[in-house]
Design a binder for this molecule. Structure first.
Ligand SMILES: Nc1nc2c(c(=O)[nH]1)N[C@H]1C(S)=C(S)[C@@H](COP(=O)(O)OP(=O)(O)OC[C@H]3O[C@@H](n4cnc5c(N)ncnc54)[C@H](O)[C@@H]3O)O[C@H]1N2
Ligand code: MOO
Length: 416
């Protein structure tokens, strides 16, 4: 395809995103993991509560449990302290008269309808408890089942098991959890100019920064990474690497060589080994993005994502397109792009024909956050990308005018 054709064929970002998400097939299978091994994994089935939460009425405070009517009837006599209930004690009953010394989390003895914190109590010489101020019935008691009941829904299949989710399952007594298998992603860096970090610099060479970036992003996403290293800029080398990747991974990601020069072999080799779904998205950076499937003899084939070589274009293509696709392949739900409104603290010419994602930092000192350019905006400029808080999202052909409001995508939504 010629450069001009790539330009004409550019897909709208939302259309490209929807097409990819629709084309993703969630990974099949299931394994059971101990909770301590399951952080970041994807839940394979819905989980329901096996117990009421809390399991028994219990005290929210260190203090005293009693019958409110008895306290009122006792007046200035106060209530004798007749029992002691530490956390972990079995459920018991309050004797006919008197109150119980009780601790946070301990089961409220049957009969008691009120707990008062110890700071609001005085004890007289006979050990009787007197309450300072007003008390209401039911105060400081965490009722059995007040959060949810046994049988209620806790988590849906496809949820990512983060720390609070794991803690909730542990609080229900689950020791293991069913999860989906991890995806294996093959990673290929193309480019004869590439040099691995650590080797001596030679003018004209370029250190391979996409490799570590994508390794980190894929791992953060919970994928196993099969790193196939740097592949030379020839169609033979790329074909060979694609075949190895296809035969050993669930999906293939490569960077570079996806544009339209005669050194760019990704698209023709993808065409030859399977089929291109689309090439070129109307975003800046990230235009020469390719998506297709490598034929492996199955009806579906192995998904293949070609990210641009320019590092920031590669990052943006990952965040907006590759990541949601992978999340669907992992069996996870994909949320909409989260955008809020920010005011521009600068003016700038718009990008013809492409939605531009400007790397910005936010200043929160006023009412509405004000966005400032985080640094140079070239798609090779990693410093601004690494310092940005997010993207000011400019529609194609739209100038940025200082003081005007625009959609802003917080970068935090692309973590994890
Ligand atoms: N005639 C045209 N030229 C270009 C077009 C176009 O439409 N017509 N698009 C431009 C855009 S936009 C981008 S983005 C780049 C992307 O090109 P490729 O994906 O083919 O990437 P390469 O040409 O291989 O490399 C581009 C650039 O990135 C550096 N690079 C590549 N891999 C890495 C890596 N692993 N780590 C760090 N840097 C990397 C490479 O050295 C080049 O500087 O194409 C434009 N050209
Ligand atoms: O997409 Mo290129 O991403 O403008 O440098």
């Amino acid at each position: 395809m010629s450069c001009a054709n790539l330009g004409k064929a550019l897909l709208d970002l939302e259309v490209a995103r929807e097409r990819m998400i629709a084309a993703a097939r969630p990974i099949q299978g299931e394994e059971r993991l101990a909770l301590v091994r399951a952080a970041g994994r994807v839940l394979a089935c819905d989980m329901t509560a096996q117990l009421d939460m809390p399991g028994v009425d219990n005290s929210a405070m260190d203090g005293y449990a009693f019958r409110l009517a008895e306290l009122k009837a006792a007046g200035e006599e106060g209530l004798p302290v007749v029992m002691r209930v530490p956390a972990g004690a079995a459920v018991s009953a309050l004797p006919d008269t008197g109150c119980a010394r009780i601790f946070t989390g301990a089961p409220v003895p049957e009969g008691a309808d009120c707990v008062i914190p110890q700071e609001r109590v005085t004890l007289d010489g006979e050990g009787h408890m007197h309450v300072i101020g007003e008390v209401t019935s039911g105060a400081n008691i965490r009722r059995r089942g007040e959060e949810y009941r046994g049988g209620d829904a806790l988590l849906s299949a496809g949820s990512t098991l983060d720390a609070p989710a794991l803690a909730m399952l542990a609080s229900q007594g689950f020791a293991e959890v069913p999860v989906l298998p991890r995806l294996t992603a093959a990673l290929i860096s193309t480019g004869d100019e590439l040099l691995e970090p650590g080797l001596p610099y030679a003018p004209g060479r370029v250190y391979n920064s996409n490799r570590v970036m994508l390794q980190a992003l894929l791992e953060r996403q919970g994928c196993d990474v099969l790193d196939l290293g740097i592949v030379a800029d020839t169609s033979e080398a790329l074909r060979e690497a694609f075949v190895v990747a296809r035969d050993s991974a669930d999906l293939v990601i490569c960077t570079g060589g996806v544009s339209v020069g005669e050194e760019d072999h990704v698209r023709p080799v993808l065409d030859e080994l399977g089929g291109l779904v689309f090439h070129g998205v109307a975003i800046k950076p990230g235009k020469p993005f390719a998506f297709g499937f490598l034929d492996d003899g199955t009806p579906e084939g192995v998904p293949m994502i070609g990210l641009p070589g320019n590092p920031v274009a590669s990052l943006v293509g990952w965040q907006l397109l590759a990541r949601p696709f992978i999340q669907r392949c992992q069996g996870r739900a994909v949320g909409v792009l989260q955008r809020v409104t920010a005011r521009a603290g600068f003016s700038r010419r718009g990008s013809p024909g492409r939605c531009e994602l400007l790397r910005v930092t936010l200043d929160w000192q006023g009412g509405l956050p004000v966005a400032f350019l985080a640094g140079g905006q070239g798609s090779h400029m990693l410093r601004a990308a690494s310092q940005a808080h997010g993207y000011l999202m400019m529609a194609a052909d739209t100038d940025v005018e200082e003081g005007h409001e625009y959609p802003y995508l917080p970068a935090g939504q692309f973590d994890g």
